[in-house]
Design a protein around this ligand. Structure first.
Ligand code: PEP
Length: 303
């Protein structure tokens, strides 16, 4: 287990070192929000672009995707592919590049036992998986996953040294009646309620802000809407933990993100990357998003 954590930590550290400003014309980091204290340093967060394939792809297309993505430029960024369970060993078999992480879309927070149809984290580790999506709105709404179960899953995944992608987001009615922030606050506070001291390395926790009205609809949140929501979530994480801790947690945007809007969204200082559904099914589109985010984030850090 400690091996898995060591590998992921080494990858994060190695990429952060590569990202460190090397040229003398790069100016010092600047705090971009008045509420963030002087220790804030956005460059400490390694951008992440994560694919959520949902119930898509077959073994042939999964292998072809992995082959293509490995040929693309993925410097200064973390790449994660969250695939259906049955395709994870297929992807692992095709994966040569250690900087690409594999993620599952679900697991059951028990070590083993009579849980028909479920997968444990040890089973996922066994086939080379390092990350897991928790609390996706489709799991909350279609499969009835409760805040309590999600809190248990998050604490369990953290304990097993997985990189959790914890999803939160409001629906259209909540957005329209002005309760977005209340909903986000509740999801964050209940979701993180199970985390105990000593807290995990914040670089090993990822939150994805995914407004439900934007998922799979082609309606992307504006960069301002996404930035406001994500800055609010970071503030709530800071209230719960500390600014130093919250500033090191990566927060992604998800909801019809694609290769046309990625650069605009990623230019916002609190948006650390994307969780991508539809646009992640095509390796060329997904690779373009990875490249754009890495390029934009270098500029954001340098400004
Ligand atoms: C998702 O399901 O996590 C998602 C963001 O989907 P899409 O990009 O298709 O909106």
């Amino acid at each position: 287990m400690s091996d898995l954590r060591t590998i992921i930590e080494q990858l994060v550290r190695q990429t952060l070192q590569e990202m460190a400003p090397s040229s003398s014309d790069i100016k010092p980091m600047k705090a971009v929000s008045q509420t963030i204290n002087s220790s804030h340093n956005y460059g400490k967060r390694l951008p992440l672009v994560a694919a959520n394939w949902k119930m898509n792809q077959l073994s042939g297309s999964a292998k072809a995707f992995m082959r293509e993505i490995q040929l693309k430029d993925r410097k200064n960024i973390q790449t994660l592919i969250c695939a259906p369970h049955i395709l994870l060993p297929v992807l692992a078999g095709e994966k040569k590049e250690t900087d690409i992480l594999l993620g599952a879309q679900n697991f059951y927070p028990e070590p083993s036992g009579a849980f028909t149809g479920e997968h444990s984290l040890d089973m996922l580790i066994d086939v080379g998986v390092q990350s897991v999506i928790i609390g996706h709105s489709e799991r909350r709404n279609l499969f009835g996953e409760t805040d309590e179960l999600l809190a248990k899953k998050l604490a369990y995944a953290v304990d097993k040294k997985f990189l959790p992608i914890f999803c939160i987001g409001e629906n259209l009615k909540e957005r329209n009646d002005g309760s977005t922030f209340r909903v986000l606050q509740n999801q964050i506070l209940t979701g993180f309620a199970g985390l105990k001291n000593p807290l995990p390395d914040p670089a090993m926790i990822v939150v994805a802000y995914e407004p439900i009205w934007a998922i799979g609809t082609g309606l992307t949140a504006t960069a301002e809407q996404a930035q406001d929501a994500i800055a609010f979530v970071r503030e709530k994480l800071a209230d719960r933990f500390s600014w130093a801790y919250a500033n090191s947690i990566r927060i992604l945007y998800g909801g019809s993100a694609n290769d046309k809007n990625a650069a605009t969204l990623a230019a916002k200082p609190d948006i650390d990357g994307f969780l991508v559904g539809n646009a992640s099914l095509n390796a060329t589109t997904f690779a373009s998003m990875i490249e754009q985010v890495a390029a934009v984030k270098r500029k954001v850090f340098a400004s």
